[in-house]
Design a protein around this ligand. Structure first.
Ligand code: GDP
Ligand code: MG
Length: 424
C-alpha cells in the first residue's frame, strides 16, 4: 500500500493534502466507477440499474427493521457524460446536458453527430475542475460515484477529454473501469475477440483496475464467455467447430456454430484468432469479470464485490505508482527551481564585476534580501487564497448547473455563473 495513501473511511471533512504534494493523505470513502462499453452494450441501462438496485436494497433494509425512514447506505452519486442521449432512466446528479446543448453546437459549428459529441465533451472538460470539486466534496459522503460515458466508446476512450477526466478522477479518488459487454452479441468468436482486444487496449491505456461486466444475461448466459477466458482450448474448440468465426456459436451445443458444418480451422482468420487468444491469456489473468442483467438486477451483488476487489487493487498497485510519479515530478520541479536560481545568481555576480563598488554593494544587499525571502517550500502561484472564501466557492458550485430550459449561448453552452462563455 502507498505510504501516503491511507485506506479507511474518513470523516466528512476533505482529505488532508500534503505540503507540496497533489495527492491527498487519506483516500476518500468513495470509489468512482467509469462505465465504458460499445454503443448499445447497455451502459446507461446498467447505470440506471445501479440506481434502482440501491433504492431497492434500502427499501429491503428498512422493511426488515420495520422503519421506513431508516437508510443505512448513502445513494451513489451519478454523472452523465453523454450529451446526445435523449432519455435516461436514472436521475444524474451532474448532467453534461445541463451545460451543453448538443444540437445547437452541431448547428452552430456544422458538426456531425460524433463531432458534436466530441466537441461537447471537450467543452465540458475545460471546466471539469469545477465538476471534480463537487465530486471530491461528495467523495467522503458516498460509497460510489458512477460516470456514464457517451454511446460511442472511442469518443471517451481515445479522446483527450476522456483521458483528462479519467486521470483527474484517478488522482482524486480510487477509480475503477467497468467495461460493459453485450453478451448476446459476443457469441461469435470474432466479436468476442475484438471486444476483448478493445478491453485490453483500454486497460493498458488507463492502467486502472478493470471489471468486465457481461451484461444482458437475462437474454444470454455468460458462462460460455467465462469458459473461453478460463480455458484457451475451449475457445480453440469453438473456433474449430464454427463455420465462420463471425457467426454466433450455439453455447448449448458445446460451442458449435449455429450453422454447423465444415470446420474451417485453416483459414487466416482462425489462425490469427488462435494467436490472439494465446496473447490475451495473460490479460485475462489480470481481470475480474461478472455477469449481470441490467433489466432484472441479477448479478449486482457480484458486481459490487468486484468493485471492492478493484478498489483494493487501486490502493495496492495504482496509487503507489501515482505517488512515485508525483514525487518524481515534485523533485524535478525543485531541482529546476534550484538550477534557475543558481543561474540567476551567477548572472548577477557577472554583472556585479562590471559595476561600480556602490552599485555592487546595493546589489549584494538585494541578493541577500532575495535569498531570505525565498522559501524553498513555497510553490504558490501568486494567488492569495482566503480559506473562508474557498468554502463559499464550493457551496456555490453545488447549484452551478442551470435548470432545464436555461438560455444557451451562441456556442451551444450554458455555463453557469462562474463558468463564463468559452471562446472557440
Ligand atoms: N434484455 C436486456 N436488455 C438490455 C440490458 N441492458 C441494456 N439493454 C438494452 O440495450 C439497449 C441499449 O442500452 P443503452 O443502455 O442505451 O446502451 P448504451 O448505449 O451502452 O448506453 C436498450 O434497448 C436497453 O434496453 C439487459 O441487461 N438486458
Ligand atoms: Mg448510453
Amino acid at each position: 500500500m502507498a505510504s501516503s495513501a491511507q485506506e479507511g473511511t474518513a470523516g466528512p471533512s476533505r482529505p488532508e493534502v500534503k505540503d507540496g504534494d497533489l495527492l491527498p493523505d487519506q483516500l476518500p470513502r468513495a470509489t468512482s466507477i467509469i462505465v465504458i462499453g460499445m454503443a448499445g452494450s447497455g451502459k446507461s441501462t446498467f447505470t440506471s440499474c445501479l440506481q434502482n438496485y440501491h433504492a431497492d436494497q434500502q427499501k429491503g433494509e428498512s422493511a426488515k427493521e420495520g422503519d421506513a425512514s431508516t437508510t443505512t447506505e448513502p445513494a451513489p452519486y451519478f454523472v452523465n457524460l453523454d450529451p446526445a442521449v435523449t432519455q435516461l432512466n436514472y436521475s444524474p446528479n451532474v448532467d453534461i446536458r445541463d451545460t451543453i446543448d448538443y444540437q445547437r453546437l452541431m448547428e452552430e459549428y456544422n458538426l456531425g453527430p460524433n463531432g458534436g459529441i466530441l466537441t461537447a465533451l471537450n467543452l465540458f472538460t475545460t471546466k471539469f475542475d469545477q465538476v471534480l470539486g463537487i465530486l471530491e466534496r461528495r467523495s467522503n459522503d458516498v460509497d460510489h460515484i458512477i460516470l456514464d460515458t457517451p454511446g460511442q466508446i472511442e469518443i471517451f476512450t481515445w479522446s483527450a477529454s476522456g483521458s483528462i477526466i479519467t486521470d483527474a478522477l484517478a488522482t482524486a479518488m480510487p477509480t475503477v473501469v467497468a467495461y460493459i459487454i453485450d453478451t448476446p452479441r459476443t457469441l461469435a468468436p470474432a466479436t468476442f475477440m475484438s471486444n476483448m482486444l478493445y478491453a485490453c487496449s483500454i486497460m493498458y491505456k488507463t492502467k486502472l483496475p478493470f471489471i468486465i461486466v457481461f451484461n444482458k444475461t437475462d437474454v444470454q448466459d455468460h458462462q460460455f464467455a467465462m469458459e473461453w477466458m478460463d480455458d484457451f482450448e475451449k475457445f480453440q474448440h469453438a473456433l474449430k467447430e464454427t463455420r465462420n468465426p463471425t457467426e454466433p456459436i450455439d453455447p448449448k451445443h458445446g460451442g458449435a456454430s449455429v450453422r454447423r458444418g465444415d470446420g474451417d480451422e485453416g483459414t487466416y482468420m482462425n489462425s490469427l484468432m488462435n494467436s490472439m487468444a494465446l496473447i490475451l491469456d495473460e490479460f485475462y489473468k489480470n481481470l475480474r469479470s461478472v455477469g449481470v442483467s441490467s433489466t432484472t438486477q441479477a448479478g449486482m451483488a457480484d458486481f459490487f464485490d468486484a468493485v471492492k476487489e478493484a478498489r483494493k487493487e487501486y490502493v495496492d498497485d495504482y496509487r503507489p505508482e501515482l505517488d512515485r510519479i508525483v514525487k518524481e515530478r515534485a523533485e524535478k520541479k525543485e531541482k529546476d527551481k534550484k538550477s534557475q536560481l543558481n543561474k540567476m545568481m551567477k548572472d548577477m555576480r557577472l554583472n556585479k564585476g562590471k559595476k561600480s563598488a556602490g552599485q555592487a554593494d546595493e546589489e549584494e544587499e538585494a541578493e541577500a534580501a532575495l535569498q531570505e525571502n525565498l522559501d524553498p517550500e513555497y510553490e504558490g502561484d501568486g494567488q492569495i487564497i482566503d480559506p473562508d472564501v474557498d468554502e463559499d466557492i464550493q457551496d456555490a458550485q453545488e447549484d452551478m448547473f442551470p435548470s432545464a430550459g436555461a438560455q444557451f449561448g451562441k456556442d451551444g453552452s450554458a455555463w453557469p455563473r462562474q463558468f463564463g462563455q468559452i471562446d472557440m
